[in-house]
Ligand binder design. Structure first.
Ligand SMILES: NC(=O)c1ccc[n+]([C@@H]2O[C@H](COP(=O)([O-])OP(=O)(O)OC[C@H]3O[C@@H](n4cnc5c(N)ncnc54)[C@H](O)[C@@H]3O)[C@@H](O)[C@H]2O)c1
Length: 307
């Protein structure tokens, strides 16, 4: 299949592109490099530097006649979305809508969209299933929810084949340690330099961390099985920020100094989600536990540091 991966120069999109290439597909990556890096682009993929917001993007999609589109390009800094909601909405809502329109106009066979459990807002039920109330509390969650609704509209009204995957906290090789989110990459980079990391709050806040290889595998399954609807991609297993620091300390075998600062306003105490729906529809299950995932991530970052 000829597949467009948007955001393929970024963290998750590059792993998805790699998984598709390994499965024998033809991969074209569109990324404007606003947050991505040329070195993330896997060998064998064709790269086009372009914004999904460019007028030329729709013409490009139509001309290329893709069999499938996997959409990972996004603005994803939650706190920036609070300061600049128009910027966030321009990429996540208008860019995604432009992509969906182009996919319909050119008869793309299947579309996969990367969404986030941030659309849920406060987690009322743990683990959160796909029937959990959706009440995003930041513009980033609002814009991703709008993308999901446009995808539902395309599926229901126009019969488009669409899978929407909502991730929890993804980590692994190639995560940008200078981003706003991604505590594992951010802390790891600091500890490797011998610097201390700041934990906001007492470190007991729990997150559902999932390794990027498991996420890429879910994207391959979604492509092959063309499952329709919205699914949580997660491990249904929570670890605290303190647990993450312990795992990093073990993997690095060195002293890792942390300081505790004031909790961030709006930071939920616990987030954990259920992948039962996607697992029962496709047979996919996350395979990488936090301990092994952190060990291999640390090994990758150490190799990069040595190069
Ligand atoms: N990282 C996580 O924990 C996480 C969790 C839930 C959902 N997601 C979603 O997964 C997707 C990928 O996230 P990531 O962590 O790999 O982020 P990332 O920033 O590494 O990747 C996003 C990529 O999109 C590109 N991009 C941004 N705006 C663009 C535009 N207008 N046109 C073309 N390219 C553009 C960036 O240059 C970057 O390479 C996003 O949609 C995000 O919302 C990520």
């Amino acid at each position: 299949m000829k597949i467009l991966v948007t955001g393929g120069a970024g963290f998750i999109g590059s792993h998805v592109a790699e998984a598709y290439l390994r499965a024998g597909h033809d991969v074209v990556i569109v990324d404007d490099l606003s947050m991505g890096f040329l070195e993330n682009i896997p060998d064998g993929a064709r790269f086009v530097q372009m914004s999904i917001n460019d007028a030329a993007f729709q013409q490009f999609v139509t001309a290329e006649q893709f069999d499938a589109i996997n959409h990972h390009a996004a603005h994803m800094e939650l706190r920036v979305s609070v300061d600049k909601p128009v910027h966030d909405a321009t990429i996540n809502i208008l860019g995604s809508l432009s992509l969906l329109e182009a996919a319909r106009a050119s008869g793309v066979g299947h579309v996969i969209l990367a969404s986030t459990t941030a659309v849920l807002g406060e987690f009322i039920d743990i683990p959160a299933t796909e029937s959990h109330p959706v009440r995003p509390i930041a513009p980033y969650g609002v814009s991703k929810r709008a993308m999901e609704l446009y995808a539902d509209y395309e599926r229901i009204t126009h019969g488009m084949s669409v899978t929407t995957l909502r991730y929890t906290n993804v980590y692994g090789p190639r995560q940008n340690p200078h981003g706003e989110s991604g505590v594992i990459a951010i802390f790891l980079e600091k500890f490797m330099k011998g610097a201390s990391a700041v934990i906001h709050g007492d470190g007991t806040q729990e997150r559902d961390y999932i390794h990027v290889d498991d996420v890429a595998a879910a994207n391959l399954v979604a492509l092959e099985q063309r499952v329709q609807g919205t699914f949580h991609i997660c491990r249904n297993s929570a670890a605290s920020v303190n647990d993450v620091v312990h795992a990093l300390r073990d993997a690095l075998s060195r002293e890792c100094v942390v300081q505790y600062g004031p909790a961030k306003a709006g930071d939920p105490a616990r987030t954990r989600a259920s992948h039962d729906l996607f697992s029962s529809c496709t047979g996919w299950k996350p395979k990488i536990d936090l301990h092994n995932g952190i060990s291999s991530t640390v090994a990758w970052f150490l190799r990069q540091g040595a190069e």
